[in-house]
Structure formats: C-alpha cells, structure tokens
Design a binder for this molecule. Structure first.
Ligand SMILES: [Zn+2]
Length: 344
C-alpha cells in the first residue's frame, strides 16, 4: 500500500523534473532575449530538432550517455543537474510545508531562483523575465493567497516607515539628477542624450505609496461597503507591496550611496529587481535579512574567485538567492536570535 506522501512526493518529483527541463530552456534562451516557446528544442550544434523521446527529463540524459543523438555533441551536465535539483527541491518543499496552497507561490519563486542563479553565474545578469516577471507574480500571489503572510501590525508599521524613508531617498536622488542634468544631459557612447529620469521607477513608487496609504487610512471604506471578505487579500497585497519596496529599495539606496561614496557602479539593476521580487514573496523583514546574509557567502566566494581567476567582479544574484532561502527557512529563528542579544 502506497502512502499519500509517497504518491504526492513522486508526482512532485516528476513535475519538478519537467519544470526543471523548462527552466533549462529559460536559462539558455533568456540571456539572448530569445523566446522560450518557439522554436522547438533543437541541437545547438547541428540545429536538428530533438525528438520528444530524446527530451524526457532526467532519463534522456542518462539513456543518451550525455551525448546528442544527431551528432554526438556532449550535452552539458547542467541540463541534468537543473532537472534533478528542481525535482528534489519540489519534493523537499512538499515534505517541509505539506500539501499546502503556499507551495504554489514558493515553488514558483524557487523556479525563478534557479534560473536567476544559473544565468547570473554564466552571464553576470539576471533576465527581467525572471525578476520583473517574478515580482508581478509575487504581488498577484499575495493578493490571491493571504496565508502567504502572517499579519503582524507592528511589523507592517515598521516596514511602512522604512519604505517611506527609502522612497524619500530615491526621490531626492532623482531630484539631484534633474538639477544636475537639466542643462547638461548625460550622453552615451554614440553622443545621444541619455534618459536620466527613470519614469518606470517613479511610477512604481507613486503607485505603491498611494496603494499603501489607502490601505493604511481607508480600509474602513471597504469594511462598511460589505466587501469584508476581500480585506485579508488587500492586507496581504499591502504586506507584499511593502516587502517589494523595502527589498528592492534597500539595495537601490545602497547603490546610490555606493555611487556617491566610491564613484562607481556597485550594484546591478538586476539585483535590485531580484530583491524586490524576494520582498514581494517573503515580506520586508526576511528580504532585509537576506540582504545581510548574502555578503557573507558572496565574500567567501569572491575571495576564492580572486585567488583562482584574479577576477574581482562576481555575480551577486546567486548569493541573494542563497540568503533568501536561508531567510525563508530559518529567518524567524535568526531574527529572534538577534533581537534576544544573540542568545536563544
Ligand atoms: Zn546535433
């Protein structure tokens, strides 16, 4: 007799392997801004389409002996590894959380993390499809699934305050750019004038601030209008919005500070968007914690890379991902430990 856990676990393993197979396509195509739907999978060397029977997650790699059928090109181990990793992670999350609706957003986030990690290591960039797509989905999930967050009014208020401080800093920075560049706009290499105001950024800040202000002050309107049942959804979306703003904003503000202090680009835009996404999924506290955990591992790897390749620029995304996963599982414990004066 098979237990329920075994059946669901096996199903999630297979599902994870299939998702992993799709993530491989994203990892290869997104950095080159190619569609992941068309064309169908083909051999990168001789361009022949790959038959479905040679494209079965995990199995095909083993059965083909890590070589393509058409021209015996070596298939990188990464394909197999990503499929196995995704499959194991899906099962792991299920064993940890049980069959809970929370698995949907978390497995989605995890898939984004896997793509971001492998692309960033290889290309030093995080595709917008992952980070921007991830943030949008994070906010949508939060609105649909209020159980993503436990509501802690005090934490919401502190997060809101941090969000407002950060947005004020960003707006001041924009104002400084306007004053500095109004008469003398910056030029790119081709001598064309560059945009120095990011209207997307300003639009997002306005929208988030207005939404949050409405939730803070006008929630009673919904309460009286007989739409009481949507309140948990609105509150959960607000927590995600605060997380999104604090997560992305804290890295953005650090970047502004870094530019100011060191006069060089210190943080990539990809990292800002990735942390905004993490904030939307995990809330502001865990996003900030991830942001502080990441440099520990980043520094260890950075020293290792410097010795090995004399390269000082490292991909930071994978360490933000690692920090986020540590925060997800042990964040509350770590925060409790810090607040207790580093004692349990
Ligand atoms: Zn081939």
């Amino acid at each position: 007799m098979l237990s329920e856990t075994t059946v669901i676990g096996s199903f999630l393993f297979v599902l994870g392997a299939c998702v992993g197979s799709f993530l491989n396509v994203c990892i290869v195509r997104w950095p080159h801004e190619k569609s992941v739907v068309k064309p169908r999978s083909h051999c990168p060397k001789c361009q022949k389409p790959i038959a479905w029977s040679d494209n079965i997650p995990l199995f095909s790699y083993i059965l083909l002996g890590a070589k393509s059928r058409c021209c015996h090109q070596r298939i990188p181990f990464r394909y197999f590894f990503v499929e196995l990793l995704t499959a194991c992670a899906f099962v792991g999350f299920y064993l940890y959380y049980g069959l809970d609706i929370i698995l949907i957003p978390y497995l989605f986030m995890l898939s984004c993390f896997i793509v971001a990690t492998f692309v960033d290591f290889e290309h030093r960039l995080i595709p917008d499809e992952v980070s921007v797509g991830g943030m949008v989905f994070g906010l949508v999930f939060a609105a649909l699934i209020p159980s993503m967050f436990t509501v802690d009014q005090q934490a919401v208020e502190v997060g809101r305050l941090i969000m407002r401080i950060i947005t004020t800093l960003i707006l001041l920075d924009c104002l400084v750019s306007v004053i500095r560049y109004k008469k003398n706009p910056p030029k790119n290499e081709d001598g064309e004038e560059e945009e120095y105001i990011d209207f997307w950024l300003l639009g997002i800040i306005c929208a988030a601030t207005i939404f949050d202000w409405l939730v803070e002050n006008k929630l009673s309107v919904i309460q009286q209008s007989g739409l009481k049942s949507i309140i948990p959804h609105v509150v959960s979306l607000d927590i995600a919005v605060i997380g999104f703003m604090v997560g992305g904003g804290s890295i953005y503000a650090m970047g502004v500070l870094g530019d100011f202090l060191f006069k060089k680009e210190s943080m990539g835009g990809g990292d800002v968007k990735l942390m905004a996404m993490v904030g939307a999924f995990l809330g502001w506290k865990l996003a900030i914690l991830s942001f502080f955990i990441a440099p520990f591992f980043g520094a260890i790897y950075g020293i290792y890379e410097k010795i090995r390749t004399k390269d000082t620029v490292i991909a930071y995304g994978p360490f933000l991902v690692l920090g986020s996963l540590i925060s997800l599982f042990w964040g509350e414990l770590i925060i409790h430990w810090i607040i207790n004066g580093y004692r349990f």
